[in-house]
Design a protein around this ligand. Sequence first.
Ligand code: FDA
Length: 396
Amino acid sequence: MPDYDVIILGAGAAGMMAGIEAGRRGRKVLVVDHARDPGEKIRISGGGRCNFTNVNATHTAGRERFLSQNPRFALSALSRYTPEMFIDKVKKRGIKFHEKTLGQLFCDGPATQIVSMLTDELRQAGATIWTGRSVGSIEKISDGFDVMVGDGRVTTTSLVVATGGKSIPKMGATGFAYDVARQFGLKLTDTRPALVPLTFEPGALEKLTPLAGVSTNAVVSRGKTKFEEALLFTHRGLSGPAILQISSYWREGEPITVDLLPGEDALDFFRAARQSAPKQHLQTALAERLPKRLAQLVGDNINQPGMIGDFSDKKLTTAADAVNRWTLKPVGSEGYRTAEVTLGGIDTEGLDAKTLMARTVPGLFFVGEAVDVTGWLGGYNFQWAWASGYAAGQAA
Ligand code: FDA
């Protein structure tokens, strides 16, 4: 007889959820993590307030808001564990929360409330939690798996791999799930940092860094994909929700386009400014709409000195393009050091969408960020972690 019915590797969002559900079904559960404490990413998430779900993170929005080589894959788990189900949990626990914007639900207080809720539920479900223990080799045995944990070996009927992706190695992120997948013959899709700030070559950066700290609402697009959210200038390049979102779609060598006046035609604005105050400089007019330093940068980019009253329509059109269609070419991203998630991962082709079990290895499950399902910014990734963990917890 194996020591446990279910061993879960990784006490993060998905692993704890899987443990709670399996334990509630009467399974003997062990959750193992090499970090000292469970749920470290939950603790730091959402600026310490945990954006724990998004009311729009439903299966109906799934195909658009969860990126994957197979955009339909996530829909099954998402339809069986909805944002409302997690919200219910949070309400029952008495955790106060609010909607910040775009359906994003944040705790009013510290994110540790979510971690405590999950660890308490895990214990109530009878699960054992081992933290600060490294996981070594995994072997398939006749009735399950034999796993090296710390200095000893433990056996289990089902094994749930919930060790996440590669983002923020400083916090203990590893590519462990991918190694396990490879060991058991599962395919991987290419992985890359996502929801990550974008960087620029030194020449372009020199122009951007004086604006470090400036934030403005913008539409950032790559091809047909666009996001209207805050754009933040930093010492390394561009960040803020609009940039993090587009980073999941952007690829090296491609430009991004920034509309600094969402919903407003800059040409109409400049024409009106030319009429009403012809003696002003273009950047002075623009500073009515944009932070002053940003208006200055746009003015420098256009490089058209003189009073706006002297500008021809052609000149104003060039200026308007620089505002509504500012084209920038990032050279890269800040990488896994600051990326919120890993795009790509374990190829969903090898997994059953309902249970997250490997098709060719009965009893072996992969959940959460390790799988090739990546959500938009704004609570979508936690919703995938809860939903995929729940699905595996029902089956393992
Ligand atoms: P997660 O990374 O949470 O857990 C994996 C666990 O496995 C960790 O506890 C780790 O220590 C452990 N582990 C790894 N390798 C191991 C090994 N070899 N042996 C043993 N244990 C191992 N999402 C969102 O929806 N809303 C938000 O507000 C945020 N905010 C946010 C902020 C920041 C700074 C980051 C980096 C990320 C976010 N995210 C987010 C993303 C979110 O944190 C992420 O999608 C989930 O935590 C993924 O859950 P998992 O359980 O799959 O992995």
